[in-house]
Design a protein. Structure first.
Length: 284
């Protein structure tokens, strides 16, 4: 008797279950230039800035999923895309990432902020990480493609553009003195660029390069004078080296080498105890 009375209700159960089968709609892409404000990770602050000649070594990790959401630059994120995250570079930007263990190289577009871990310099989408042969956090070299990165900026809303004209050109309206037709020349309501609505996906490929050094060190800082460098080295058990960089910061302090990522991470954590901010893991 009880089952007979419940039959009408049971008939509706498949309908209720079906309400949860459809995935949430994918939002429309809105690509734009993104720099953003300083942001805080578990071990300190990151300060985004525009740079087109970026080159660095460090440890790469995998991106966390972002299903059905937009990346920081307005692109739709996909685990199968050739994309990645960076802590400070302008977004989007194109970089080559070389696995220093096996020599594999992938080209990706940076679309998100991260990784939050100060001991990792870049995070790759699952597809890019797989093509690079990553099975764990991996020593890599990251080199920005300046031409490709600058080309991305053109046409994106929100990007800074240098005005190279000698004087601003506003709207000029010419009218005939005898009451004839009028004509407008120029307008300051638009800079002539048409914002793109989508960006072409990066090719899902990899190339073979040469393996590189895999020694893990912690870079405690770069300095213009040897005295400041020596002070940090004495306080944090590092060594001073003269490495001219063309920007006047010719003295650097590093510690290491470390045998694995766990040791390097522990050494990076200790830099806070000796009063150093902004240290990072490098590969040499």
């Amino acid at each position: 008797m009880l089952l007979r009375n419940c039959a009408p209700l049971l008939a509706f159960l498949p309908l209720f279950g079906g309400c949860h089968q459809d995935d949430a709609p994918v939002p429309a892409a809105r690509p734009h230039y993104e720099l953003g404000n300083a942001w805080q990770g578990p071990q300190g602050w990151f300060y985004p800035y525009e740079q087109f000649d970026y080159r660095a070594t460090g440890l790469a990790t995998r991106e966390t999923p972002l299903k059905g959401q937009l990346a920081s630059d307005g692109e739709v994120w996909s685990a199968d895309g050739m994309t990645g995250s960076h802590q400070t570079l302008q977004l989007p930007a194109v970089v080559a990432v070389r696995n220093l263990i096996n020599g594999r190289v992938v080209r990706i577009r940076l679309t998100r902020r991260g990784p939050a871990n100060a001991g990792r310099i870049i995070a790759l989408s699952p597809k890019a990480a797989d093509l690079l042969g990553m099975t764990a956090d991996t020593p890599v070299e990251v080199t920005e493609d300046e031409a490709a990165s600058r080309a991305l900026v053109e046409g994106l809303t929100g990007a800074p553009h240098l005005d190279v004209q000698s004087a601003p050109v506003g709207e000029v309206r010419a009218e005939s003195l005898d009451g004839g037709a009028a004509k407008t020349y120029g307008s300051d309501s638009s800079d002539g660029r048409q914002a793109v609505s989508t960006l072409t996906p990066m090719p899902v490929t990899w190339s073979q390069g040469s393996p590189g050094p895999t020694g893990l060190y912690v870079l405690l800082g770069k300095f213009s004078g040897r005295g400041a460098a020596a002070s940090i080295a004495a306080r944090c058990s590092g060594e001073v080296e003269r490495v001219p960089d063309g920007a006047g910061l010719d003295w650097r302090v590093r510690s290491g080498p470390y045998t694995d990522t766990a040791q390097a991470d522990a050494a990076l954590d200790r830099t806070h105890a000796c009063g150093v901010e902004g240290a990072r893991i490098i590969v040499e």
